[in-house]
Design a protein around this ligand. Structure first.
Ligand SMILES: [Zn+2]
Ligand SMILES: [Zn+2]
Length: 354
């Protein structure tokens, strides 16, 4: 049982991550779940809509008072940017178009109003998160030890950590040595986003830029939709390391709450995720899940037994570090080394890793 002042170190598991075994069991008992695997090109229309909304709001707020800017950023802006981030995640798994390059370009399009270039690097780190869930050297979703020690279980520090979440997330890149910080696509992503930032400042002015900047911080931080970062893998039950959220915000968040389902079947697009649970309810209804991101946000901040150490870590299994290093030397790209996130559908996995 966890101590009331919260864990001072990560929990350790000697088991493999839980998703592969469940994927195989579900495919055995419910082979029809394969029918949900595919692409959803309509997601690109949603990207265009949300990008248009964000730039239209930035234009509308270009000469409004700061409080109006913050108010709109915390409400419509955060929800729109969160939706765009979910769609960047779809692009990372090649779930919009068949080929990798159109998905990468769609991801950069979704990144346009988000001020910080994140789309391409998110893909690099996120595919590692799937392949090496809980492996400290490879899973950037895990907080760094220094982060966890710095924040402790103080409510104020946990709230500030959430508010500054994008900065902490970027600093984790230094820990994940197997992902290169700059490849061609990452540089292209940076050039495009910084050019858009400069254009916004020049044409719409600093208040429009302030709107876009604060909206992106709220969308992944101290905000109910930001609580989904806590929802996915924080150990609110001691043994379970992945959690889904089945609340109403899934409608505006493109079902991103279905995180167990997504880890089990990363080749199924967002609109079909609820069908996995509907097809194989016996595998999901027993698991602890969340019903409210707002409640979870408050619980995380004020419950002293939850800290940044409330996470499961494991040793790397089945893929030796020296083999990975040799592969990096051979291909020049760290992203090609992990085993497929969707092991039973090689074609989709190849696409997801490109
Ligand atoms: Zn995850
Ligand atoms: Zn994913």
């Amino acid at each position: 049982m966890r101590k009331s002042d919260g864990p001072k170190g990560f929990s350790h598991s000697s088991e493999p991550q839980p998703h592969k075994a469940r994927t195989q069991a579900i495919l055995r008992e419910h082979p029809e779940v394969r029918e949900e695997i595919g692409k959803n090109p309509w997601s690109f229309a949603l990207i265009l809509l949300l990008v248009a909304i964000q730039f239209a709001l930035a234009w509308w707020l270009r000469d409004r008072p700061w409080w109006a800017i913050l108010l709109v950023a915390y409400t419509a802006g955060a929800v729109a940017d969160h939706g765009l981030f979910v769609l960047v995640h779809e692009c990372a798994h090649n779930l919009i178009f068949r080929k990798t390059v159109p998905n990468t370009l769609a991801g950069i399009t979704a990144n346009l109003p988000s001020v910080i270039p994140t789309s391409v690097s998110f893909k690099r780190y996120h595919l590692k998160h799937h392949s090496y869930q809980g492996v400290y050297e490879l899973d950037a979703d895990l907080p760094s030890e220094w982060e966890a020690k710095l924040v402790g279980n103080s409510p104020v520090r946990k709230a500030v950590w959430l508010l500054l979440f994008p900065i902490f997330q970027m600093l984790r890149a230094f820990r994940i040595k197997e992902v290169s910080l700059f490849d061609r696509w990452q540089v292209f992503n940076m050039v495009v986003i910084f050019a858009v930032d400069a254009a916004v400042l020049a044409v719409l002015g600093p208040r429009a830029f302030l709107y876009l900047l604060t909206a992106v911080f709220f969308s992944v931080g101290l905000h109910p939709v930001g609580a989904r970062w806590i929802q996915r893998h924080w150990l609110v039950e001691d043994e379970q390391e992945t959690y889904s959220y089945y609340g109403r915000m899934n409608t505006l968040a493109f079902n991103v709450g279905f995180h167990n389902e997504h880890h089990d079947f990363p080749s199924i697009p967002w609109n079909h995720l609820p069908k996995i649970k509907a097809t194989a309810p016996e595998y999901y209804s027993e698991l602890k899940s969340h019903a409210s991101w707002s409640r979870l946000l408050l619980q995380f901040v004020f419950d002293p037994s939850l800290t940044l150490f409330s996470r499961m870590v494991r040793e790397r299994q089945g893929h030796s570090a020296s083999r990975a290093a040799a592969e990096i030397r051979r291909t020049g790209e760290a992203g090609r080394s992990p085993p497929d996130p969707e092991p039973l559908r090689p074609a989709a996995a190849e696409g997801a890793q490109g």
